[in-house]
Ligand binder design. Structure first.
Ligand SMILES: *[C@@H]1O[C@H](CO)[C@@H](O)[C@H](O)[C@H]1NC(C)=O
Ligand SMILES: *[C@@H]1O[C@H](CO)[C@@H](O)[C@H](O)[C@H]1NC(C)=O
Ligand SMILES: *[C@@H]1O[C@H](CO)[C@@H](O)[C@H](O)[C@H]1NC(C)=O
Ligand SMILES: *[C@@H]1O[C@H](CO)[C@@H](O)[C@H](O)[C@H]1NC(C)=O
Ligand SMILES: *[C@@H]1O[C@H](CO)[C@@H](O)[C@H](O)[C@H]1NC(C)=O
Ligand SMILES: *[C@@H]1O[C@H](CO)[C@@H](O)[C@H](O)[C@H]1NC(C)=O
Ligand SMILES: *[C@@H]1O[C@H](CO)[C@@H](O)[C@H](O)[C@H]1NC(C)=O
Ligand SMILES: *[C@@H]1O[C@H](CO)[C@@H](O)[C@H](O)[C@H]1NC(C)=O
Length: 533
C-alpha cells in the first residue's frame, strides 16, 4: 500500500506541481497528463510486482480417496519473504474447473507443509504423492532441502492426458472386468469390421512434419516423474514388417529420457525401411542400426542385430541403467513408471531365463565343450539386463570367445545370454548364483508373458504360442510380467486396442496421483537376492 501511495504522490508532482488535483484535472493539458500518468503508474506497478513478489506459478491437484474427483486445485502460489499465498479453489467434490475462488494464506513454509500434510491426511493416499510433488517444486525454487525422489515433474502439465485413447466401439473396461456379453460383442465387431491402420506410406508422409506427428500421435515428450527421469532404459526393437503395430508399441514405451535402437530386417520392403526411418528422424533418442542383417531363425543373425544395438546404445549414452529387447509383436503390461520401479526393485539383477534340465543339449553337441569352463544353459529369447552385463557382452574377451563358440551351436541366441547369466564364476553383475532353472517361485521369468499352453488360449495358437485374442486380456490385466508376447494388430484387434487404452489410462492416473504402484512383489525373488552384486 505504501508503495502505491509513493507512486501516486510522484505522479501528482510530475503532472501538477503544487496545484490541487481538481484544478490540475480541469487543466487544458489534462488528457496528455493523464496518459503520461497512466504510463508511469503501470511502470511502477510492474516494478513493484517484479521486485517485491516472487511468484511461483504451478498447479496442484489433490484427489479425494472416496470419490475420484479433484477436491482441491491451486493454480498459483505467491511467495513474499516467508509469507505464502495459495490461490486456487476447493471444489467440494465436483470438478468445476473454477480457479481463484478461494484464497489460502499460509504464513511460512513450515506451516504450509503442515497444511499440506493435513490435507493429505484428510484426502487420499495419492495426495501424499501430490504433497511430495509440491515439496519437490519448492526444492526447485530453492526453499526446501529434502526432496522425495520420484514424484511428479512440474515441467509438464496435463496436456498429454487431455485426449483419451478410448476404444470407441466397445467398453474395454467391461472386458477387463470379465463381462462376457461385452466380450462377445467385441468379437463380433472385430470379425465384421477389420481394423484400419496407418500404412507404411502414411508414416512416410506424416513424419515429414515431426512436430505434428508427435503431437497427433500423442507421444509423451516429458519424463513425467523425477524417478523416471533419473532411471533411463535402453531398448532394442527388431522388426521386419507391420510398422503400424511396431509404432504403437514404440509409442507406448516412448519417453524422452530413454534410448531406442531399431533394427529393420534387410529383407524388409523398402517402404518399411523408409517408414521406420521417418519415425526415427522425428526423435533425438530413436535411431536405426547402421547396418541391417538378414535375420534367419536359429542362426547367428538373430544375435547380431542385438549385439549391434547393444554397442550403439552403449556408445550413445552413459546414463541408461537397464537394457530390454523387444520385437514388434509384443506390448507392455506395465507403464514406464512401473517398469522403473520394478527394475529398481531388481537392484541390478538380470531377468534372463535359464534351464539345463529341459535344454535341447543336442544343439551343443557339434560345438565341443564351451571355453572358459562355462556351463551352457538355454534361455528364452527376451532379456532384461543391467548396463554392466551389456558392457561384459560387448567388451569382455571371455564373452567374445564364448560368442565364437556359440557360432557352432544350434539356435545360438537362446544359449549366449542365458549362459552368461548363469555362470556366476564369470562375476558378471546381476547374474544368478543359484541353480539355473526358471521356475515360478524362486526364479520366475518376468520379462515376458507368453502362453505356450499353460493357460487356455482365447485367441489362436501359431506354432504353439498363443496369439492373444480379446478373451485373453482379462488374464493379461492381472499378470505380473513386464511385456506380453504376442499380438497381431489385425487379429481380434480389440485385444491390442484395449491394452493400449489400459496403459494410457494407467500412465495418466499415475501421473495425476490417482494410482500408485507397489513393487514389493518384485523385490523378494531368489534371483533378485542371490545375485552377483
Ligand atoms: C470425499 O468424498 C466423499 C464422497 O464424495 C465426501 O463424503 C467427503 O466429504 C470428501 N472428503 C473431502 C475431504 O473432501
Ligand atoms: C493441522 O491439523 C492439526 C490438527 O487438526 C491442527 O492443530 C493444525 O493447526 C493444522 N495445521 C495446519 C497448518 O493447518
Ligand atoms: C496424520 O494422521 C496420522 C495418523 O492418523 C497422524 O499420526 C499424523 O500426526 C497426522 N498428521 C498431521 C499433519 O496431522
Ligand atoms: C480409461 O479412462 C477412461 C476415461 O476416464 C474411461 O472411460 C475408460 O473406461 C478407461 N479404460 C479402462 C480400460 O480402464
Ligand atoms: C455386461 O455388459 C453388458 C453390455 O454392455 C451390460 O448390459 C451388462 O449390464 C454388463 N454386465 C455386468 C454384470 O456388468
Ligand atoms: C571348472 O569348473 C568346475 C566346476 O565348477 C571346477 O571344479 C573346475 O576347477 C573348473 N576348472 C577350471 C579350469 O577352472
Ligand atoms: C573368433 O573366431 C574367429 C574365426 O573363427 C577368429 O578369427 C577370432 O580371432 C576369434 N575371436 C576370438 C575373440 O576368439
Ligand atoms: C533379445 O536378446 C537376446 C540376447 O541378445 C536374444 O537372444 C534374443 O533373440 C532377443 N530377443 C528379441 C525378441 O529381440
Amino acid at each position: 500500500m505504501s508503495v502505491v501511495l509513493i507512486y501516486v504522490t510522484v505522479v501528482h508532482y510530475t503532472l501538477c506541481g503544487h496545484t490541487m488535483w481538481s484544478k490540475c484535472i480541469g487543466d487544458y493539458y489534462r488528457s496528455k497528463f493523464m496518459v503520461l500518468g497512466l504510463i508511469i503508474i503501470s511502470l511502477g506497478a510492474l516494478f513493484y510486482s517484479v521486485v517485491f513478489t516472487d511468484s511461483i506459478l504451478m498447479q496442484i491437484s489433490i484427489f479425494n480417496k472416496s470419490s475420484p474427483q479433484r477436491t482441491f486445485y491451486a493454480n498459483s502460489f505467491h511467495l513474499q519473504g516467508d509469507h505464502l499465498e495459495i490461490i486456487g479453489s476447493h471444489l467440494g467434490g465436483k470438478d468445476s474447473g473454477n480457479t481463484a475462488d478461494t484464497l489460502v494464506v499460509v504464513e511460512d513454509i513450515t506451516s504450509f507443509v503442515n497444511f499440506l500434510k493435513n490435507l493429505s491426511n484428510t484426502t487420499s493416499d495419492a495426495s501424499d504423492k501430490i504433497v511430495s510433488r509440491i515439496l519437490a517444486d519448492i526444492h526447485v525454487s530453492g526453499y526446501e532441502k529434502s526432496v522425495p525422489d520420484g514424484y511428479i515433474n512440474r515441467k509438464v502439465d496435463e496436456q498429454y492426458f487431455i485426449q483419451n485413447r478410448n476404444v470407441p466401439e466397445v467398453s474395454c473396461r467391461k472386458i477387463f472386468d470379465g463381462n462376457e456379453t461385452e466380450l462377445k460383442i467385441a468379437k463380433e465387431i472385430a470379425n465384421k469390421i477389420p481394423k484400419s491402420t496407418l500404412t507404411e506410406s502414411d508414416y512416410i508422409q506424416l513424419t515429414k512434419e515431426c512436430d505434428k506427428f508427435r503431437k497427433d500421435r500423442g507421444y509423451i515428450m516429458s519424463p513425467l516423474t523425477y524417478m523416471e527421469e533419473n532411471f533411463p532404459i535402453a531398448f532394442s526393437l527388431l522388426l521386419f514388417k507391420d510398422v503400424g503395430q511396431a509404432e504403437r508399441l514404440l509409442r507406448a514405451v516412448y519417453r524422452p529420457q530413454n534410448l531406442y535402437c531399431i533394427h529393420v530386417d534387410e529383407k524388409s520392403h523398402d517402404d518399411v525401411k523408409k517408414a521406420v526411418h521417418g519415425i526415427a528422424s522425428c526423435f533425438d533418442n530413436i535411431f536405426l542400426t547402421p547396418r541391417s542383417f538378414d535375420v534367419q531363425w536359429g542362426t547367428m543373425t538373430v544375435l547380431e542385430p542385438e549385439l549391434l544395438c547393444m554397442n550403439e546404445l552403449w556408445e550413445k549414452s552413459k546414463k541408461w541403467k537397464y537394457f530390454i529387447n523387444l520385437t514388434g509383436q509384443e506390448f507392455p503390461l506395465k507403464t514406464n513408471y512401473e517398469i522403473v520401479q520394478i527394475l529398481q526393485a531388481y537392484d541390478g539383477a538380470n531377468d534372463v531365463g535359464g534351464t539345463i534340465k529341459s535344454a535341447n543339449t543336442d544343439r551343443w553337441q557339434n560345438a565341443g565343450p564351451p571355453p572358459h569352463n562355462i556351463t551352457a544353459t538355454k534361455g528364452a529369447v527376451h532379456v532384461i539386463v543391467n548396463r554392466d552385463f551389456v558392457d561384459y557382452v560387448i567388451h569382455n574377451p571371455i564373452a567374445q570367445d564364448f560368442l565364437n563358440w556359440t557360432r557352432f551351436v544350434g539356435v545360438p541366441d537362446e544359449t549366449f545370454f542365458s549362459s552368461l547369466n548363469h555362470n556366476p564364476q564369470l562375476g558378471i553383475r546381476g547374474s544368478y548364483k543359484g541353480v539355473p532353472e526358471t521356475d515360478s517361485i524362486l526364479k520366475p521369468f518376468l520379462a515376458r508373458f507368453k502362453n505356450w499352453g499353460e493357460w487356455p488360449c482365447h485367441g489362436m495358437r501359431v506354432r504353439l504360442i498363443c496369439v492373444f485374442g480379446v478373451g485373453d486380456i482379462p488374464l493379461l490385466y492381472s499378470r505380473p510380467e513386464i511385456f506380453a508376447n504376442k499380438f497381431y494388430w489385425n487379429f481380434e484387434h480389440f485385444a491390442l486396442d484395449c491394452m493400449e487404452e489400459l496403459m494410457y489410462n494407467r500412465t495418466r492416473d499415475e501421473f495425476l496421483g490417482k494410482l500408485t504402484f507397489d513393487p514389493t512383489f518384485y523385490r523378494n525373488f531368489e534371483f533378485v537376492r542371490n545375485k552377483i552384486s
